[in-house]
Design a protein around this ligand. Sequence first.
Ligand SMILES: C[S@@+](CC[C@H](N)C(=O)[O-])C[C@H]1O[C@@H](n2cnc3c(N)ncnc32)[C@H](O)[C@@H]1O
Length: 341
Amino acid sequence: MAHPLEKLAFRAAQRVRTSWFVGQKRLLMKLAEPVKLPPEIAERMPDRASLMADLNALLRRDRENVEAGRYLPPEDLLVNPVRAIRDTIRYVADLPAVGARRKAKANDEVFRKTPPGRYPRYYLQNFHYQTDGYLSAKSAALYDHQVEVLFNGAASAMRRQALIPLGEALAGRRGAHLIDLGCGTGRFLREAKANHPRLKVTGVDLSPFYLEEARKALSPWTGARLLQAPAEDTGESAASAEAVTAIFLLHELPPKIRRAVIAEMARLLKPGGVAILLDSIQFGDLPDFDPLIEHFPLSFHEPYYEGYAREDFAESFAKMGLTLQGSERVYLSKLMWFRKD
Ligand SMILES: C[S@@+](CC[C@H](N)C(=O)[O-])C[C@H]1O[C@@H](n2cnc3c(N)ncnc32)[C@H](O)[C@@H]1O
């Protein structure tokens, strides 16, 4: 992206994309019954201007990474009007049901509907109060749009930052293997394949419905496998991957399972391999944003989030033989990467 016009076009597309999702977030906030925040949280919430400044910093970083050739321009930068309108209609149509669950603090619909024995109990919850939890085609079709609205259109740009340590880990290695735990609809794997077409990738997720979306997302490429399995016990061979990622996964897991997933990441990696985490910011990363962390589980069903936000991951990974290489806050997320000794 050397030509000034290309740079301008990229910037304009970023603006359109952000405005689209920011607009929907505002609409959501108007339509939804406001969650009453305790005053000690409400009075410390960061103002809109500082959040927008931080979002703009991420957009600049994303642009600079593309300009420097660190990764390819993302294909979802240009809002596809047909898809955008379809997703918005679905999303808005589902809002009353989500709002009703939020009001009633109802998070066990998915548990009551699912026959016992198929999934771990902690998984059978309406995370975010979303319809069907992770267990329907409808939920899988809505997910990416919902996450973009939640993050003001920045979810993909935050995920892309994990491509930087991934690229470093893969440099000079042929036939490398990446395992993405909790791969969801395959958004990160798609960008990993676009940037490293010869990379072997395996996506692991418990939801057959999200894996089906991932299968569609990865259909242009060969060398992509999708596996329905728990991230804490994938059944994959030990020391079989150069890189293992977990993106927006750990904050949804009970503490014991989080530790088991970290142990599994360590087991899956070859010596010298890299584990990459991209997930929510934690307490203290930017003290001004701490009230956002306190607010999140009050508005969205996130029973394990507070424990996640307080965990010392450098220590948790070190216990499994993985050493912290870097840690950066990226808007509302945090990127950490670790090397297996
Ligand atoms: C918040 S979503 C994140 C999805 C994706 N990584 C992304 O970047 O959007 C969490 C995903 O993890 C999956 N998941 C949750 N617990 C899991 C577990 N124990 N094992 C495998 N997948 C799990 C869910 O089905 C869902 O697809």
